[in-house]
Design a protein around this ligand. Structure first.
Ligand SMILES: [Zn+2]
Length: 642
């Protein structure tokens, strides 16, 4: 689907595509030259200029910061130190102001001498029917464990087992609620729930906050076992729309460290976590939502620092652009960088609207491909590298990093730390690793890349000479807030490799298969239809399947067998030689890039031609249930490094 905003992808391309990227792209040019180069010569030479779009913000109430940004790159240490310990304690780790080295790996093992492959360090996850489940994230709270899947929340009315004994978590399933706009309809919410993506447990309200991919935040009350809406998202009006991809809690008081002040007895008291923070790389912001103890939460959010759009960020500006994860422990930890490597940004709030910024190197590691980050006070930062089969423990003080290796069939998702190590979701089970024990897979046996589904291995990119985009907002799973939906495909706006994309650029089959849809006599939406569809989206707070199909415009679908389908959308027209039922080979010309379904074919509108490309596996789009970074990771594994 199109983005209403077109500048950011272009800006990102201009900023990020250096000489090395262009050089790499020329290598991709060699694959598939079945169609005549003469086609290229007939194409327009330059895409339309991208106007800067500005706008008001009727939906999202943004409180403008009152204070200018404090100069960055402070030479002073940017954060308080915390005390890491491998000593087993019966209570959660405490805050400490005392500097201390990284967790001590020479200390006595916390739990026996068993290896990681032993059952005792494994926890099975079973639902009410005794079936395995595949959660993506989990947290603990008030003696319970909560696990998240795209369509439901699981709750265990028991704590995690002792790693030494291992065991089973018996889960209660809470499906995402239905919706009804008729007030008072039992068991429904006034807005629909999209794919769940992440969660936190809030001890202040004793509830679980769950973020979905359209940016709505829901709340689950474990006592009442009921759902509510914490905050319904709205388009910002300006461009781009915010995109919330991670969330964490913090105290509202600033400076935050004051909330950790020692009590009279000298023991630090836990802070009151009465602020929800939302990471928004699209608008380069950490949004702050003030929580109340109970009841409705005012929807207004504040900025953590003055607004500087990602493409305008300069040296010294605060930046969470291209970031993928957020954590808080007296300061914000922001996991930065898109796909290529990882870097942790340290953002220290110094007032309600100003921050200091510095960096924490991830020492001892070469290229990493981070997908998630989790942290708790007094414990290391844990970075999950799903596609590299690793979990990294990073010392918050020094950046010293220790990798924990897993096998090629692993599927590493959420992490839940304790004082001695961490549990990580590995497919349909939890696995425990100890900080104090070198219990990783032997390095020699460690596969550098996760095993991907065999079906995906035969796919090629659908435009010859193109590279994967370097902007998460065009990948599947990104919010499409203007239509209250979630993007189910990949947008190719620009070449990135040797290809350039114009109206009429050739689109080719990504793999061998059979044509199952080809919109030969396509007629685009007229203005009345487009307005009706947009009104539906606003009224329903979603994009219905029928309307989503209209937004895709002129399409070709190819069935590759074994429950894999690819879709090619917004085409200007299809190749008149292809017919439904016909077999095609990868690289065969199937259609031409256009703007159909976007409204840009209407008179007087600027055209921003792009190919919208979807991959469907077993009835779900590729990217379903994954975080943005996980999605990028799997696309890289299929099509090559960005
Ligand atoms: Zn799209």
């Amino acid at each position: 689907m199109p983005k209403t905003f077109r500048l950011l992808p272009l800006a990102c391309t201009l900023l990020l595509f250096g000489a090395a990227a262009w050089q790499a792209a020329t290598e991709a040019q060699s694959q598939g030259r079945r169609y005549a180069m003469a086609l290229h010569e007939t194409l327009a030479k330059n895409p339309p200029a991208q106007p800067l779009q500005t706008g008001t913000n009727p939906g999202l109430t943004i409180v403008t910061p009152l204070h200018p940004l404090t100069p960055l790159n402070s030479p002073k240490p940017a954060y308080n130190t915390t005390n890491y310990s491998t000593t087993p304690t019966p209570t959660p780790a405490k805050y400490s102001a005392a500097p201390a080295p990284l967790y001590n790996t020479s200390a006595a093992p916390a739990y026996g001498n068993r290896g990681a492959a032993d059952q005792p360090f494994t926890c099975q996850l079973l639902n009410e029917q005794g079936q395995s489940v595949l959660p993506s994230a989990f947290v603990r709270g008030n003696g319970r464990v909560f696990l998240l899947a795209p369509d439901c929340l699981y709750m265990a009315n028991q704590p995690l087992p002792s790693p030494e004994s291992g065991g089973t978590l018996n889960l209660i399933t809470f499906n995402k609620p239905g919706f009804s706009q008729v007030a008072g309809t039992p068991g429904t919410l006034p807005i629909p729930v999209h794919e769940f993506v992440n969660l936190v447990y809030n001890p202040f309200r004793q509830t679980v906050f769950v973020l979905d991919k359209s940016g709505d935040i829901f709340e689950f009350d474990p006592q009442k076992q009921s759902w509510g809406v914490l905050r319904a998202n709205l388009p910002s009006g300006g461009s781009p729309d915010p995109e919330y991809i991670d969330l964490c809690l913090s105290p509202a008081a600033y400076p935050a460290s004051s909330a950790h002040a020692a009590t009279n007895a000298g023991a630090p008291s836990p802070p009151v976590l009465n602020r929800l923070n939302l990471l928004d790389p699209e608008r380069n912001q950490i949004w702050k939502l003030a929580l109340t103890k109970s009841g409705p939460v005012p929807p207004q959010m504040k900025k953590s620092f003055p607004e500087i759009m990602p493409w305008r960020v300069g040296p010294g500006n605060p930046s969470v652009a291209e970031s993928i994860a957020l954590s808080f422990d007296t300061i914000y930890y922001v996991l930065r960088n898109f796909s290529q490597s990882g870097q942790i940004g340290l953002i220290r709030p110094i007032s309600e609207s100003a921050v200091q910024q510095s960096r924490l190197p991830i020492r001892g590691m070469k290229r990493i491909r981070p997908t998630r980050m989790v942290s708790q006070p007094g414990l290391p930062l844990y970075i999950v590298e799903r596609e590299n089969n690793r979990v990294l423990a990073v010392d918050k003080h020094t950046g010293a990093t220790r990798p924990f290796l897993f096998n090629g069939q692993s599927d590493l998702r959420g992490v839940c730390p304790d004082a001695c190590g961490f549990w990580v979701i590995d497919g349909n089970k939890l696995t425990y690793r100890q900080l104090s024990k070198p219990d990783s897979l032997a390095v020699a046996n460690h596969p550098p890349v996760r095993t991907i589904d065999d079906r995906l291995k035969k796919l090629h990119l659908p435009i010859v000479g193109i590279n994967l985009p370097r902007h998460a907002g065009v990948y599947p799973g990104a919010r499409r807030l203007y239509r209250y939906g979630v993007h189910e495909g990949m947008d190719f706006f620009y070449g990135g490799g040797t290809a350039k994309i114009y109206m009429g650029s050739p689109v080719v089959a990504a793999a061998d298969g059979k044509i199952i849809r080809a919109d030969a006599n396509f007629h685009d939406m007229n203005l009345a239809t487009l307005n009706r569809v947009m009104a539906d989206c606003v009224r329903e707070h979603r994009t219905s399947d029928k309307n989503e199909d209209l937004f895709r415009g002129c399409q070709v679908w190819i069935d590759h067998g074994n429950n894999m389908i690819t879709r090619y959308a917004h085409l200007d027209k299809i190749n008149s030689n292809i017919k439904v039922g016909q077999t095609v080979r990868h690289g065969d010309l199937i259609g031409f890039v256009g703007v159909s379904g976007t409204g840009q074919n209407l008179p007087g509108r600027t055209k921003y031609p792009h190919l919208h490309f979807e991959i469907w596996l077993d009835g779900k789009y590729l990217g379903y249930g994954l975080t943005p970074a996980e999605t990028v990771g799997i696309f890289e594994n299929i099509f090559g490094t960005i």
